[in-house]
Design a protein around this ligand. Sequence first.
Ligand code: HAM
Length: 425
Amino acid sequence: MLPPASARWETLLAVFAGVAGSAGYGLLITPTFEDLAVFQRVGASTDVVRKEMYDFEDKGGRRIALRPEITASVVRAYIEHRPTSPWKIWYAGSNFRFERPQAGRYREFHQVGIEAFGTADADLDVEVVALGREYYAALGLRRVELLLNSLGDAACRPAYRKLLLDYLVERRDELCDEHRERLEDNPLRALDCKRPECREATAGAPRQLDHLCDDCRAHFGRARAGLDALGIPYRIDTSLVRGLDYYTRTTFEYTGLALAGAQNALGGGGRYDGLVEEMGGPPTPGIGFALGLERILLALDAEDVGAATSGSLDAYVVDFAGGEAARDLTTALRRAGLRADRSFDGRSAKSQFKAADRSGAALALVVGPDEAAAATVAIKDLRHPADQVTVGRDVVVAEVRRRVLSSSPGETPSGDTFHAVGGAR
Ligand code: HAM
């Protein structure tokens, strides 16, 4: 991903840091590869772990995997460092899954996400779900649907699983090849299968939501009431089981309605109240989500939001009087929090003006022999070329600053990119 298009990427990260930071989540950085076992624990019966993981033996004979997702690493870090609860963290990074690449599905892709440990309070579910939604809204996405389900817990899932298995065993022949073979491994996955034969065979299957224990029902009720109170619309989807093994209770997905078909999941997550213990830590509830950045870019394009612009510089210094002014002015501007660039190699004035135009800068600061002799700078508005003034070298930074502030109300020259997806302020 190259500039200027990559300016959107910067914005995706900056906005996410803002949204997560606004709710007390701190940044966690985990390694890109981990011991294979870290990931095997989270999905022994899932495609992500069984079929799609990049694992290998390193030169020390260790079994290593490139992370297919980040939650497992976060749990590993939690267990290793035992931070005080509640522990709320956010992350951003690449993931690797050996899948058939197509639009919106890549072998290396990037996620931002949050995870929160140490409380089973359903109000935290509301917070987490709301933050994901907040993020999409801050980016300007409008056509995002929230799907919600509850997968029960250790008290009610086993009985439901048996009920579902009994139902599906009778219809085994009607299932697609993959789910026929793997029925006993994980009967829930057939509910999520997009193939028509599975769709049909599972149409009347019992749903976890109708078989929740009292605690899970109350928990889901509280989560729903919270979303209702905050005015966050959602659709209950009883077939939402998600592609990893660790989920309990609240699970959710954000669907990009402007995206086509199979790759329309913009992000997803849920509770995983048993995972920390399963991975060797103390019993600790947890919940989180991960959102795919490549899919967000596709959704922004599909909704025609925030087309990248190249106008990200405040000033371009055109110096054809020796280059000292370019050296000193760009430094002074940058120290003042402004964005400035220049040409090198003593190019002609014409070629420097061309570069200034191409850079998308708002202003050209021009220093020719006359200005150099008089210690002045001509400020030329590149978007309104007739607008040109000459000021003293000692006030030029203040003048640029004044113009930048007055042309973008409410924003600061330090580059608050919070609400501009295009990279321009
Ligand atoms: P996931 O549903 O596997 O969940 O991935 C989350 C998001 O990552 C998807 O909704 C999608 O936007 C993006 N994504 C997944 N695979 C690809 C791919 N091959 N190419 C492009 N984008 C992709 C998780 O990863 C869980 N760790 C989420 C979570 C966090 N649950 C609890 N905490």
